[in-house]
Design a protein. Structure first.
Length: 277
């Protein structure tokens, strides 16, 4: 009421008529302004995350904007604004494939953390609905900073899809020391063996029936399925490839990761390698 009549009367006069102190008016006005700014910031952060961030990551982004807010308050505002994270709904469940019975050892042995840059690359494939058919995605993840350094998409779950992912890697593949995967048959192929041998990359395989041995790749695909696959409609393979490239760019350069101290993979790489140099 007071704000609507500021062009006619002074704040002092209106506060006197309404029997409230000027300090009370200014405090309540500031609270409303702060709430509006906070709501706008939360909505902007949520939308920029492609509707994926929950209260924990939104709180970290708000801290970077010098806005200290509890997760409870953030959650309340999200509920008021109808902001529902992709992670609050049912997750996908991977299909089971036949097992690769190769005698190759599990060299990585779940040592996923504190790996040097490009020392260990892990990989996996998953299925995506394109039109009325299933297509597949392959990604290569550097354990050093969880960055997706290679990716591909195609109509078949095959060794060729894995090779195409390697072909998208920037930099020399000779930097890669170990290539770790599960025992999917798409990784048991002469084409893969020859490619790895050419760059002197050592193979490592998870133990049979043990997804925890390839936990980082599994976790990355859980993220991809939740944030990318579930929320998109792909009309054809070209559309899938285009949107996948866009998502990988966002994943590496804009999506903060709690395991990296709430930095993006690229920012973590730049900060860490700068210290080494």
């Amino acid at each position: 009421m007071i704000k609507a009549n500021l062009h006619k009367y002074s704040v002092s006069a209106m506060c006197k008529v309404l029997k409230i102190s000027r300090s009370t008016y200014y405090y309540e006005a500031k609270q409303k302004t702060d709430q509006s700014e906070l709501t706008t910031a939360i909505v902007d952060i949520f939308k920029a995350s492609r509707n994926n961030y929950g209260t924990r990551k939104i709180k970290k982004e708000l801290v970077d904007k010098d806005m200290i807010v509890s997760r409870r308050r953030i959650g309340k505002i999200m509920k008021q604004e109808g902001l529902v994270s992709s992670y609050t709904t049912t997750q996908f469940h991977p299909q089971k494939d036949t097992c690769n019975e190769s005698q190759i050892a599990n060299i990585v042995n779940r040592e996923f953390d504190d790996q040097p840059y490009r020392n260990v690359v892990v990989s996996d494939l998953t299925y995506v609905r394109v039109g009325l058919k299933w297509n597949y995605i392959c990604v290569l993840v550097d354990l050093f900073n969880r960055e997706i350094i290679g990716y591909s998409a195609g109509p078949h779950k095959s060794a060729r899809l894995v090779k195409e992912a390697f072909m998208t890697v920037n930099g020399s593949l000779k930097d890669v020391q170990i290539f770790h995967t599960d025992r999917g048959n798409e990784f048991k192929n002469q084409l893969i063996d020859e490619s790895l041998e050419a760059f002197e990359i050592t193979r490592s395989l998870s133990h049979k029936g043990c997804p925890y041995d390839n936990a980082v790749a599994e976790a990355t695909f859980k993220i991809i399925k939740t944030e990318f696959v579930k929320n998109q409609t792909f009309t054809n393979l070209a559309d899938l490839k285009l949107q996948l490239a866009d998502y990988v760019n966002w994943f590496n350069n804009h999506r903060i990761h709690s395991s990296l101290g709430y930095l993006t993979p690229v920012k973590y790489r730049m900060n860490t390698l700068k210290k080494v140099v």
